[in-house]
Ligand binder design. Structure first.
Ligand code: NAI
Ligand code: A1CAB
Length: 263
């Protein structure tokens, strides 16, 4: 078994789908372990991966830990195996906590996002020298490079990356929902407003990638004395920029707290 995924929830499933769709690891070489047995059986049947129990973990070359941080201290008691490399997606949980609780230096800390399922995750990766020597860091780069962009990031920036990029799809969803609500408020049918909002975010993201700075796109859209600048003035009055900045600050802080709780 090349990889065991422990915790096949929202992120574990997105990674499984992204990895198997791109043939990085054959589904038959992936084991799935999750407390929610009916759900994981259904996922295994659908993807071709197989359900495993705790006793089979030792047969995995590497274990991807995608559990909620709060369950990690308890679970680490049976998760720790010899000659296994670990890759953790858990928000806030530091390399030093992983090393201490898993009893090995072969640990890699990653921070992907849900776009892994469509091959567009942004994933931060870090790990100690032992993980590099054992090929675990290279494995993580291959794995996450296949489901999006992989970045080497120093560990002290992990919670900031989490608060901005990993939490980011939720912020984008709120922006989309609020825009659609505005459209509905002004008379657009709900289904059309939702579709327009989602497609707007996708298209705007692609336009932003072709510009050196987000303000360039804003300025191109806003005609002097026109509609957009009237809307932008309302956004400034509502403090939308400050709200988004504060969202990243608070999410980063929460990552630090979560890490402290699992030490
Ligand atoms: N959801 C997201 O967008 C992202 C999540 N993360 C991190 O990934 C981790 C997982 O997040 P989600 O998938 O959203 O959580 P989730 O709650 O959807 O999934 C966790 C899974 O763990 C299973 N589980 C709980 N206790 C267990 C146990 N004792 N033994 C085996 N399985 C057990 C649950 O049944 C569930 O399927 C978290 O640490 C989170 O910080 C990181 C980046 C993005
Ligand atoms: O909300 C959370 O804690 C996780 C980590 C980043 C995205 N979801």
């Amino acid at each position: 078994m090349k990889l065991a995924i422990v915790g096949v929830g929202k992120l574990g499933l997105a990674l499984l789908e992204g990895v198997t769709a791109r043939g990085v690891i054959p589904a038959g070489e992936i084991g799935l372990l999750d407390a929610h047995s009916a759900r994981v059986e259904e996922i295994a049947a659908r993807t071709g991966a197989r359900v495993i129990g705790r006793s089979q973990l030792a047969g995995a070359q590497r274990v991807l830990v995608s559990l909620q941080p709060r369950v990690f201290p308890e679970v680490s008691e049976w998760l720790a195996q010899e000659n296994v490399g670990y890759i953790s997606t858990m928000a806030g949980v530091s390399i030093s906590t992983l090393v201490r609780r898993l009893g090995t230096q072969r640990v890699v800390r990653v921070m992907p996002n849900l776009a892994a399922t469509i091959g567009r995750s942004q994933t931060a990766i870090t790990g100690p020298k032992e993980a590099q020597d054992a090929g675990d860091l290279a494995f993580a780069h291959t794995l996450f490079g296949a489901v999006g962009d992989a970045y080497d990031l120093p560990e002290h920036l992990f919670n900031a990356f989490t608060g901005m990029s990993a939490s980011g799809p939720a912020y984008a969803a709120v922006v989309a929902e609020a825009l659609a609500d505005g459209g509905v408020r002004m008379g657009l049918p709900r289904a059309l407003a939702n579709e327009l909002a989602a497609k707007l975010l996708v298209a705007s993201g692609e336009l932003l990638q072709r510009r050196a700075h987000p303000a360039m796109l804003k300025d191109e859209v806003a005609s002097p004395g026109g509609t957009t600048i009237a809307g932008l003035a309302a956004l400034e009055n509502a403090g939308v920029r400050g709200g988004l900045i504060q969202a990243v600050i608070e999410a980063t802080r929460r990552g630090t707290e979560l890490g402290r709780d699992q030490e």
